[in-house]
Design a binder for this molecule. Structure first.
Ligand SMILES: *[C@@H]1O[C@H](CO)[C@@H](O)[C@H](O)[C@H]1NC(C)=O
Ligand SMILES: *[C@@H]1O[C@H](CO)[C@@H](O)[C@H](O)[C@H]1NC(C)=O
Ligand SMILES: *[C@@H]1O[C@H](CO)[C@@H](O)[C@H](O)[C@H]1NC(C)=O
Length: 485
């Protein structure tokens, strides 16, 4: 009790280690929070025993240096699209080419040092293309795989392919690839979000969409590069490049390994729902952002992506990972999509309902066909009653406390002031800022394979009612996330 009295008066509002913040909380929750800190701080690897032989075949961890990229573009679109590539491309770490049909006219004052080299694709006029209304550049783009392999880079484990409007989260890409043995044959990617895109004769539920990006292990890519041209002759009737790669891999007998962090984004409009309920897997790519609204309000599309990448630079594996906690005292449900947004719902919303994607976006296909609004994940309509919709706070800024050897990252979210519910509780109306504290998420390969969502606590201690502090931590062994009545 003495300890409680001593610390309950202290106001530790600076970016202190979680321990301090926890200690500064009220006496009531002290014991509980202390236990949570113990859980948070416990060395995770003690619980998961790995023997040396588990790693015998992956002697050195895969890094970005083991990856070679092949980016498909065109001389017409590169000038505009390269600004997306510039956001994620790190020339000192990354290898590969952007493939154009012709050398672009040299631009003056063009700082292209931060962009991949330009390679000019080989001529493909000898191949047939018979998809009516399609674009025969699909053949050239399929051959990006072969021409990238033929650059003869050394020390390659993975070839990764994407479009000029694909934004890669490189650390998460590499972390995900490191789960797989690059010496085996792997074709890794994801399908379209839109059911009808996958469900037709030209496509497949087992095909990696090219815009979402996909990875092919070195040994498989070498073989595929050798046989690809012969496959291209057999599929002139297909629409895209990815369908051609898929068909050739099917002939080789290789199936897709699905990784849900690759996002083709065959969606238009507001992507909020998708980013707010991202599956429990690292965010690897986003695509088609020109067809969607900027992912943060009051920013251009490029600024908005750059903002999310800032969060990714500090804590890549946590970006858009959803964490849900309950403000038991004031009966509010809080859903965090780390690095993007925090939603506050009045009352009790169950975790299972928050995992479903709010259909904030518009369908990809503009034609009036049936089933164009079916998706590959559970969706829910946005509530027509504005009072049942959450108050949304978007990422404003981030900082890292460097004073400890286990730094805490603070991310601050601010409301964009839009809300049409007159009945929103005064408490939430007054809130201007949400501060989320978390350690950098470091997951071992075994932990990546068996993920568990993390837990969070609303910290009872706050300087005033304009700020809500939340800490993310590992959950207790049998801890459940629900509203305590
Ligand atoms: C810019 O790109 C052109 C054409 O690809 C190349 O010749 C030139 O060396 C590049 N400049 C820099 C600074 O990389
Ligand atoms: C890559 O190696 C092959 C086979 O040795 C060779 O024919 C080809 O010219 C090389 N390509 C480049 C870009 O060096
Ligand atoms: C689309 O279909 C719906 C119902 O099938 C119909 O009500 C609507 O008028 C159609 N819209 C257009 C633009 O054809």
């Amino acid at each position: 009790m003495v300890v409680c009295q001593l610390i309950s008066g202290s106001k530790t509002q600076t970016l202190a280690p979680l321990k301090i913040i926890f200690l500064a909380s009220s006496c009531l929750s002290l014991v509980y929070l202390f236990v949570s800190v113990l859980v948070t701080q416990a060395p995770i690897f003690d619980n998961i025993w790995l023997t040396k032989s588990d790693y015998a075949d992956i002697s050195f961890e895969t890094t970005i240096n083991h990856v070679v990229f092949g980016i498909a573009s065109a001389s017409k679109s590169w000038e505009k699209r390269k600004e997306y590539v510039r956001l994620w491309w790190k020339p000192e770490q990354m290898r590969g080419c952007v493939f154009l049909d012709a050398m672009p006219p040299l631009q003056q004052n063009d700082a292209n040092a931060s962009l991949p080299h330009v390679c000019v694709s080989e001529d493909t006029s000898r191949f047939r293309y018979s998809f009516r209304g399609g674009d025969r550049s699909a053949i050239r783009v399929a051959r990006v795989l072969m021409e990238t392999v033929n650059l003869n880079h050394t020390n390659v484990r993975w070839f990764v392919f994407g479009d000029d409007d694909t934004v890669f989260f490189a650390e998460n890409l590499v972390k995900t690839l490191s789960k797989y043995d690059h010496k085996l044959w792997y074709y890794i990617g994801s399908i379209s979000e839109t059911f009808i895109q996958n469900d037709n004769d030209l496509s497949s539920f087992e095909m990696a969409y090219g815009g979402g990006g996909f990875a092919v292990s070195y040994s498989l890519a070498k073989v595929l590069a050798k046989v690809l041209d012969s496959c291209l002759d057999r599929y002139p009737h297909l629409y895209g490049s990815d369908a051609r790669i898929y068909s050739c891999l099917a002939e080789l007998g290789v199936a897709l390994t699905h990784e849900v962090g690759f996002h083709q984004v065959d969606l238009r409009g507001n992507l909020f729902g998708l980013l707010a309920s991202h599956p429990l897997a690292p965010l690897i790519s986003l695509h088609h952002l020109d067809k969607a609204d900027p992912i943060f309000p009051k920013k251009t599309r490029h600024q908005a992506v750059a903002h999310l990448l800032k969060a990714a630079a500090l804590d890549p594996l946590r970006v858009v990972q959803q964490t849900i906690c309950y403000d038991h005292m004031f009966s509010r449900t809080i859903s965090i999509s780390w690095g993007h947004a925090v939603q506050i719902f009045e009352g009790n919303v169950l975790v299972r309902d928050l995992l479903q994607v709010r259909n904030t976006f518009k369908q990809w296909r503009k034609e009036n066909m049936s089933n164009t609004d079916l998706y590959m994940f559970n969706t829910r309509q946005v509530d027509s009653d504005p009072c049942k919709r959450p108050t949304i706070f978007f990422l404003d800024s981030l900082s890292k406390n460097l004073n400890t050897n286990d730094p805490v990252i603070k991310s601050i979210y601010k409301s964009n002031g839009v809300g049409n519910c007159l009945e929103t509780k005064d408490l939430t109306k007054k809130l201007q800022e949400i501060r989320v504290f978390a350690h950098r998420l470091d997951l071992h390969i075994k932990q990546l394979e068996a993920r568990r969502r993390q837990c969070c606590d609303v910290l009872p201690f706050s300087s005033d009612d304009k700020v809500l502090n939340i800490a993310i931590r590992e959950c207790g062994e049998d801890e459940l996330a629900y509203m305590h009545q």
